[in-house]
Design a protein around this ligand. Structure first.
Ligand code: 13P
Length: 251
């Protein structure tokens, strides 16, 4: 019912030429057709133009890692949604934990960006997740519920177009993956929060990705959980063989 979606978040890695080479390798390894998973690659801003060319004729989609909520104007160093669209970007990661913790992004900022992305027809991939300290203090449910409610407030019918990524901060880049049971529990919670924001049918149609040390060895089990609809991949997305193996785990 929900098409699985696997996205590679390259973070601050790959020059434009390196990114184009990675895309060529992913295309070769993945082949065409066969696997019904939606595949997205998210290079840094500077790699988007080369990526769009490298993706010509492919079903693989292009995403960005951030964007401004503002219309074009005096915002030094920022990138508008129109600039992304002109480069063929269809998806945008918003509110990644690195943006929240290192660059001070709040739920309110993520909410504004989500609305701007949706208004322009982009698919936002909105990230939520608790820190280790929050998990150990039994605050996971409260933290994730607040992030989902506030980041996705006031979207109306557009809520169904959003992809949510559950990324426990303690699992990102640490090699520590949430167990499939731990992840499923939070995914089910997120779906209940989405239902409260909209209705049961809408919540059932929204894709919820897991992210945090997802790799070929654990991708299949994670994505076979009832509420896990794909993955947001960091480190393992930087090599064609591991990224494609993860995609195949969702086929
Ligand atoms: P890792 O897969 O490297 O843990 O990163 C996950 C992530 O942050 C994807 O957005």
């Amino acid at each position: 019912m929900r098409t699985k979606i696997v996205a590679g978040n390259w973070k601050m890695n790959k020059t434009p030429a390196e990114g184009a080479a990675l895309i060529a390798a992913i295309r070769k390894e993945l082949g065409e057709g066969a696997c019904p998973v939606e595949v997205v690659v998210c290079p840094p801003f500077t790699g988007l133009d080369a990526a769009t060319k490298a993706l010509a004729g492919s079903t693989i989609k292009l995403g960005a890692q951030n964007m401004s909520a503002e219309a074009p104007g005096a915002f030094t160093g920022e990138i508008s949604v129109g600039m992304l669209q002109e480069l063929g970007v269809g998806y945008v990661i918003l509110g990644h934990s690195e943006r929240r913790t290192l660059f001070g992004e709040t739920d309110a900022m993520v909410n504004r960006k989500t609305k701007a992305a949706l208004a322009a027809g982009l698919t936002p991939i909105v990230c939520v997740g608790e820190t280790l300290a929050e998990r150990e203090a039994n605050k996971t449910d409260k933290v994730v519920t607040t992030q989902v409610r506030e980041s996705l407030a006031g979207l109306g019918n557009d809520l169904r177009k959003v992809v949510v990524a559950y990324e426990p901060v303690w699992a990102i880049g640490t090699g520590k993956t949430a167990s499939s049971a731990q992840a499923q529990e939070v995914h089910a919670l997120i779906r209940r929060v989405l239902a409260a924001l909209s209705d049961g049918q809408t919540a059932l149609s929204i894709r919820i990705q897991y992210g945090g040390s997802m790799k070929p060895e654990n991708a299949k089990e994670l994505m076979s959980q009832p509420d896990i609809d794909g993955g947001l991949i960091g480190g393992a997305a930087l090599k064609a063989d591991s990224f494609v193996a993860i995609v195949r785990g969702g086929c």
